[in-house]
Design a binder for this molecule. Structure first.
Ligand code: PHE
Length: 339
């Protein structure tokens, strides 16, 4: 009998030692001490043993069970520790790996140029006024001396919402609102989106304008020229020169087209300025007396100048961008270059 018990003990010890996980170890426990386990069966065999031998046999089986339990407990501690180490290894974080890069956005080139323009004019004492983009015909055309059937309407192909409401074609619409609202002196700058039914490499159905308006006593074309000279120096460098050419706008009289000397060839003539040495950048003029009077401003006492430019046009010239549509395609490779 002793031999049999010793054999069970040594088998159990090697099974325990061979278990490589807590789960396998548990299976070993079932094999020896479970309902049909080898040690359990020994206890069940007790009834076949002569009565007087039973206490001694019982003690032997109990010792065997204790011995197996001890081995089992020791191995369990070992295996739990190993498994914990393995978990630590599996979950280890390599702090030396490079981190995921977060893309940092940048201001849109049009916003950059708009801010630069605003800074230039704020430095000269202008205040910002932003009018509505959905505008009344009254402010966009009629009050600017462009009555219905006026040929100037053809120059600005308009998106109409209904007969009287439209998407503003020029930020000039906001000037009327300011003049109706405020007494001179007025010195404002209106940046914003405008809309015209036009679409090609140099025209977009939505684009941005920036308009300036100054109304005060004794305002002349000289004040306009001085302001725009200063502006062009800030925007295009201190060697930039300006020139005024006669033009026509219904809301200014006289009207001028303003050119800046070509920053590429400095007046010699090149591809950018089409050989002329000059680049047209904006329209301007002395506010038409009819417009002032319409807004309740006495044109015998006050006079004013206005100018309006396309922000895209300034950005195109400044950054030599070949196609206006690049501004609106949101291609990050394009936008990134202006950080
Ligand atoms: N509003 C004109 C345009 O969009 C530009 C302009 C503004 C001209 C102010 C003169 C004075 O074409």
């Amino acid at each position: 009998m002793n031999e049999k018990l010793n054999l069970i003990l040594s088998n159990a010890k090697s099974d325990i030692a061979a278990a490589t996980s807590v789960k396998e170890l548990n299976d070993v426990k079932v094999k020896y001490q479970g309902k049909n386990g080898e040690v359990t069966k020994l206890m069940q065999g007790m009834r076949d043993i002569p009565k007087e031998d039973r206490p001694a046999f019982g003690k032997l089986v109990n010792d065997l069970r204790t011995a197996i339990d001890e081995c089992y407990d020791a191995r369990e501690v070992e295996l739990k520790d190993l498994e914990l180490q393995q978990t630590f290894l599996n979950e280890a974080v390599d702090v030396t790996l490079p981190s995921k890069k977060r893309e940092v956005g940048s201001l849109h080139p049009l916003t950059l140029v708009k801010n630069e323009l605003i800074d230039a004019f704020i430095g000269m004492g202008f205040e910002i006024f932003e009018g509505p983009e959905i505008e009344e015909d009254y402010y966009n055309f009629k009050m600017l001396n462009i009555p219905e059937d006026h040929p100037a309407r053809d120059m600005q192909d308009t998106f109409y919402v209904n007969e009287n409401i439209l998407l503003r074609t020029q930020t000039s619409a906001g000037q009327v609102r300011v003049m109706l609202d405020k007494k001179p002196p007025i010195k404002i700058l209106s940046p914003g989106k405008v809309y015209r039914s036009d679409d090609d490499a140099s025209h977009s159905p939505m684009f941005h304008q920036m308009e300036g308006l100054v109304v005060d006593k004794n305002i002349t074309l000289c004040d306009l020229k001085g302001t725009l000279d200063e502006f062009c120096k800030i925007m295009f460098g201190k060697d930039a020169k300006t020139r005024l050419r006669p033009s026509y706008f219904p809301f200014t009289e006289p009207s001028v087209e303003v050119d800046v000397s070509c920053s590429e060839c400095h007046g010699k003539g090149c591809k950018l300025c089409k050989g002329t040495g000059w680049i047209e950048i904006l329209g301007a003029g002395i506010v038409n007396k009819k417009v002032l009077e319409g807004c309740g401003i006495d044109s015998e006492v006050y006079s004013g100048y206005a100018f309006g430019m396309g922000i895209e046009r300034i950005a195109i010239l400044k950054y030599k961008i070949p196609d206006i549509r690049l501004f609106f395609e949101n291609d990050v490779r394009f936008l990134k270059q202006f950080k």
